[in-house]
Design a protein around this ligand. Structure first.
Ligand code: 13P
Length: 259
């Protein structure tokens, strides 16, 4: 059987307050304790709940990540949190350039690059670069161009240490939170292209590409059957116990086929 490591990433965005985050983390811990897992699960809670959720999930070997960070480690930057601070409390991953950051908070490819360099040079976190096109870019036939620019500006010439995994999330902006999920075959062809570009930029590194955008218990398996889709980054359906447990049941089933 082919060996394939699948990633199941839960981006809780700003859906849950402190208490709700801890209740969900404790509920998941209760459900998943004493169960072996053959896939990688990571939760990205709000910054406010990052430490407590990390503590709750640590014993189960479930990782956490920060949803966003600033590219300086410490200083007079009111309202910001650095990636190294997330590392200090036990996080392993960092989302970088999520489309909600790019489009609602006007983060540019340059900002994303600054964050990538900070994570790579100053922390041991695994950066999860998010890329994807808007509906307009798609309609204008610019999908490939936009994704390639996002990848090149983030990775070209970075000082990647060979032990660090490369994880990318392909999240078409038009599919996020809309219920209008990308067709699995279309996602597969974008993933294949993304892998080809990144292999050229950072040769010889282990590379996984996850799909995100309206993933649900009903459609998750379609993505995971595709050759170049190595997991899912889930928003809305990951912030509710019942839908996330249904997705994890698929994770278990699919992962067993490959281990
Ligand atoms: P939804 O699953 O809610 O569409 O969100 C996807 C996403 O943005 C995950 O980072």
């Amino acid at each position: 059987m082919t060996e394939k490591k699948f990633y199941f990433f839960a981006n809780w965005k700003m859906y849950l307050d402190f208490d709700e985050s801890n209740i969900l983390a404790n509920g998941l811990a209760e459900e998943l304790k004493n169960k072996s897992r053959s896939y990688e699960m990571t939760v990205f809670p709000s910054a406010l709940a990052l430490q407590t959720v990390t503590q709750v999930l640590r014993d189960l070997n479930i990782d956490t990540g920060i949803q966003n960070g600033y590219w300086v480690d410490k200083g007079g930057y009111t309202g910001e949190i650095s990636f190294s601070m997330a590392q200090n409390i036990g996080c392993r991953f960092a989302l970088i350039g999520h489309s909600e950051r790019r489009h609602q908070f006007k983060e540019s490819n340059h900002d994303v690059r600054m964050k990538m360099e900070n994570v790579i040079n100053n922390t041991k976190l695994v950066p999860v670069l998010c890329v994807g096109e808007t509906q307009k870019e798609r309609d204008d036939g610019k999908t490939e161009e936009i994704i390639e620019a996002q990848l090149r500006s983030a990775y070209d010439g970075v000082n990647w240490d060979e032990k660090r995994e490369i994880i990318i999330a392909y999240e078409p902006v038009w599919a996020i939170g809309t219920g209008n999920a990308c067709d699995a075959k279309e996602a597969q062809s974008q993933h294949e292209r993304i892998k080809a570009i990144v292999k050229e930029l950072l040769p010889g590194q282990s590379l996984s590409v996850l799909y995100g955008g309206s993933v649900s218990p009903e459609n998750a398996e379609n993505y995971l059957k595709e050759k170049d889709i190595d997991g899912v980054l889930v928003g809305g359906a990951s912030a509710k116990m019942d839908s996330w447990l249904k997705i994890l049941a698929i994770a278990e089933k699919i992962s067993k086929k490959y281990v």
